[in-house]
Design a protein around this ligand. Sequence first.
Ligand SMILES: [Fe+2]
Length: 364
Amino acid sequence: MPYDIEDAYGHLLLSRGARLESEEQRQRLIHIGRKPYNVASRRSQSGGVTKRRNDPAAQFLNPFDELYRISLALQETFKWLGRGKFMRRLDILVSRIGNIIEHDPDASIGAAHLDEEFPYFIRHPLRKALLSDTVAARMEIPDQERRSIVTAALTANIGMIEYQEEFDQQRAPLDEYQWEVVRNHPRRSVERLLAEGMEDRLCLRVVSEHHERLDGSGYPEGLRSRDICRGARLLMISDTYMAMITNRGYKGATAVREALLELLDQSGVKYDRDILSGFINTIGIYPAGSFVSLENGEKGVVIHRGSKGASPVVAAIIKANGQPTTRPLLRDTSIDDVPGVVSLEPTPSVAKRYQLASLWGYDA
Ligand SMILES: [Fe+2]
């Protein structure tokens, strides 16, 4: 190997000069490895749609394909709970999530908003892991802490994993027993992680505190601000935001704008003011993956938050006359003579059926 290989958090996976021992090791490095400081793999800040056909790294770093594979792998990993290989599989997934974000944060946030293929108990942990890690990276939270937060995001609900689908589909309010399961799940998740051999104390703490709130209104302990760690303060925001904007059996999705306003309403009360502003600064008020209408009547998907959070780059897919466009039309709304964004809209099914990867310039 002519250079060191590390994961997105800077963990050394293979030293320069080392030999690859097996095909399995080669495959694993393809998934989670990168050359250190490989700035060429970073997305350009221009926000333009670029074709990646000739970029060999993009073959395995198409974030939409990779997220699909990670979702399958997470489903598989959960089956290993209590059977011995859970932690090792989990570690690999955390590295792979870091790599998608490093490669293309906008597409990662877009995929987190739009991807709906998997059941909630797979989608939700992945979505909040993607968001939390993107925000943590932008807020320059140290790599090891980021890794702990992502691990916590993936595992915070394993304490009620056997009930998750049932709760998600149920239209009636939760009964007393079900509420007890919910209130206890942070404790139960920690117990399960300890039984798997989890040694990351910070991750365990984030899991145990992810439903606490700064004003003491959370659960299971009713902790107050100073007792809640930074990772939990971040995870509670990603968790609540993602839960709000997702369609569930018992409630429709809240629009992105309302979700952000609801969080802001509790800024400094339930949620940490600085972390919430870091969260909104990262995803912008028109997050990648949200659906907007433009001043000229076109509608489309935000693919890049833009240099100013309020002026995103939009791939217009519906013309002013309501007909779909033949191909996505790029609208950088920060440019003076390009129509600006009028409003955020609920994402229509036409956008969800679209080849999402192609909107971000990846071959579908
Ligand atoms: Fe939870």
